[in-house]
Design a protein around this ligand. Structure first.
Ligand code: GDP
Length: 312
């Protein structure tokens, strides 16, 4: 990838897409192109084909997806599988059809089997049953990886696939009904602090383990791979550090400055018990995450204060 390349970032309004746009612009890319939903609905095959015919990008970053936390995934299975299959099929096929030389497809660590050995290696893909709560989203993402591999084999299209671990940072979704745990807990602890509440309710038992990566680290890893990686093997992007949800809640409480207690609502799902990915393939290529969890959460909390707190 060269700074003169025209790079289309699909999904630039999302947390990951916007971080990738920032990263490319900071790295001197002068022809980063985007298209809002008003310009092209990415679930619409005809609209995407027209968009890419006009745009003629050299490189495509596919960060557009219908995403959501555990409750949203469990509640809207049809939307998650349909929208994601449509978006990725349209963009991967359109990118190849209109002459892009490279594509990066963003997957998710939930594509791996629920009981996969930890840390989860890329090769455990399709070796066992998925976590039921987000299987619809996961199946769509697995289809996207297979589509990239198939286009590489049949057409020689240089499409690469990455699986980030749980992502957080500026631009996150703070709607409690659809957010992931990081945004949810930042919001809950902040509001409890402001309201002087005695405690905050955290879903599940507190025992599941998760690994979190700051979105700026993820964007950095994506541009690193676009520059230097080409291959059929998917690449995990993680930090190698995991925490239990209970430990994580305690860190968020401290970052936010909430002094009350924590209670657990075990009527809400825990989801997959542990989700630490093996990032040794990426480490072997020479990349490591740079933002620690407490620093990253401090930045995320500041973004929440500046952009979400107190706004309707
Ligand atoms: P997952 O990693 O796909 O399971 O997605 P989430 O980020 O939504 O949830 C991660 C873990 O955090 C699960 O065990 C949730 O039950 C737990 N959790 C605790 N409190 C919350 C909350 O307020 N919102 C969400 N989304 N998850 C929570």
């Amino acid at each position: 990838m060269q700074p003169t390349d025209r790079v289309f970032v699909a999904g630039h309004r999302g947390m990951v897409g916007s971080a990738i746009v920032r990263r490319l612009e900071n790295a001197g890319f002068s022809d980063v192109v985007v298209a809002g939903r008003d310009v092209a609905d990415l679930t619409d095959h005809v609209a995407v084909d027209r968009l890419l015919a006009e745009m003629q990008p050299n490189v495509v970053v596919l960060a557009a997806a219908k995403v959501g936390g555990i409750l949203a995934n469990d509640s809207y299975p049809a939307d998650f599988i349909r929208d994601n299959l449509q978006i990725q099929t349209n963009v991967i096929d359109g990118a190849w059809r209109h002459g892009a030389k490279k594509l990066l497809f963003l997957g998710s660590s939930c594509i791996y089997p629920r009981e996969a050995d930890q840390p989860i290696h890329e090769d455990s893909l399709l070796t066992g049953p998925l976590e039921p709560t987000n299987q619809w989203y996961a199946i769509a993402k697995i289809a996207g990886i297979k589509m990239c591999q198939a286009y590489r084999r049949q057409y020689g299209f240089d499409a690469i696939c990455v699986q980030p671990t749980n992502v957080y940072g500026p631009g996150d979704n703070y709607d409690l009904a659809s957010s992931h745990v990081v945004a949810a807990l930042i919001r809950k602890f902040h509001e409890a602090k402001i309201n002087g509440d005695a405690d905050v309710t955290v879903w599940g038992t507190g025992s599941p383990r998760r690994e979190f990566i700051h979105v700026d680290d993820l964007a950095n890893a994506c541009t690193f791979l676009l520059d230097g990686y080409s291959g059929e093997d998917n690449v995990n992007i993680g930090t190698g550090q995991e925490v239990t949800i209970a430990e994580f809640a305690a860190i968020v409480s401290q970052v936010v400055g909430f002094e009350g207690g924590i209670v657990y609502d075990t009527s809400k799902p825990d989801g997959t018990p542990r989700k630490l990915i093996d990032s040794s393939r990426l480490a072997g290529l020479g990349w490591a995450a740079g933002i620690g969890l407490e620093d990253g959460l401090g930045q995320a909390y500041q973004w929440f204060l500046d952009n979400v707190a107190g706004k309707a």
